[in-house]
Design a protein around this ligand. Sequence first.
Ligand code: F0G
Length: 462
Amino acid sequence: MERWRTIIEPFRIKSVEPIRMTTVAERDDHLREAGFNLFNLHAADVLIDLLTDSGTGAMSAEQWAGIQRGDESYAGSPSWFRFLDAVTELFAFRHVIPTHQGRAAEKILFSVIGGPDKVIPSNTHFDTTRANIEFTGAEAVDLVIAEGRSPSVIHPFKGNMDTDALDTLIVERGAERVPVVFVTVTNNSGGGQPVSMANLRAVREVCDRYGLPLFLDACRFAENAWFIKQREDGYAERSVPDIVREMAGLADGMTMSGKKDALANIGGWLALNDDRWAEACRNMLILTEGFPTYGGLAGRDLEAMAAGLREVVQDDYLRYRVRSTAYLGEALVEAGVPVVQPIGGHAVYLDAAALLPHVPPLEYPGQALACALYREGGIRGCEIGTVMFGQHPDGTESPAPMELVRLAIPRRVYTQSHVDYVIEVIRWVAERAEQLRGMRIVEQPSALRHFTARFEPLAAAG
Ligand code: F0G
């Protein structure tokens, strides 16, 4: 295995989707029409789409076979039981509640256990998790370790939670106000950084001290388990499914988006041990998603996730997945392009603040960089900075802690030559970074502006 340097894609391609080539002039027009917001583009006008790794993966022949096998019985479908087996093989929680995607699981859980006066800590809440918590009137608190907030600091488990801060929060607010502690694996908002088993164990100990349940936001659980296998003492010889079972064994429940590490295009679930919470959640599920054996899904979607869960924990897949993401990141580091380090599992995060020091945060360096990558090379990434986080409910604006552009890698979709192209484009743009100008917002909604705001490039100074 280790004899050859090149790690090949561990699959052949049977069905292809053409990419339509475009010119800079065409993309200039598309950018203007989109108000310089890449969410407004037609996806057909994008060459390499790195907007998200969520639901954008390619399914395997086994998964497509499962789609055919899908049984659409309203209740008790064999597809449901195949899905349930695949989930509980890895996550042995007593109750599994299927949902149409991750945020539906969050919505159901927090409408049952959230509410005003409640506080829900996490290493870092993903934005839909935070929004679903806050929607109930509860407070969402991020307690990632200090290393996790600095793009250039190297640490093997930058997604770890600060357990002292967790303990302090619980003491200060009172354990009765904390219905659950969350840990997001891997930590998406913090750069796709993993959480160590030791840290999960330490969080578990704090939870036990106060009698609190621990839940995983397990979207990228397989990538997290792979990092544990590679980086944590005592795990090199353990199988990935075994590591996943140990992670799950430390928790009392999970929310999951099947659009990530279940290798499906749609789907998710909520799983938990508490019978009373499960009953209340199932009642909510019936109101909002569907009967408890299909949730918001078709039987065929459950089949796709069942097959995906078996594929995502395979060493060949994970070696390729994590290595190919690092391949992109390391080439950029070598070229002197500032990125969040070490490279995470599902994405490379460009540090736009470091690359465009001449563009102040309120002129949105991340947005300027993301637009430049689209203009020059047809690459679509996603600003994660002041556009996304700088707007406050009272109408004011302040700089976000980091100005990043996320290049999220869809699973099993792009080949190494696509990635080599991305590297070439980014290097070209980075070499001319001082020519890039900031942007101003010409139109925005009162919340979640990154999806719909419209921008205008600022004129070159002097
Ligand atoms: N939790 C994490 C850590 C996520 O990354 C996401 C989605 C969700 C929950 C919600 O899941 O989309 O199925 O409702 N992240 C996507 C992204 C959207 O682009 O990072 P969902």
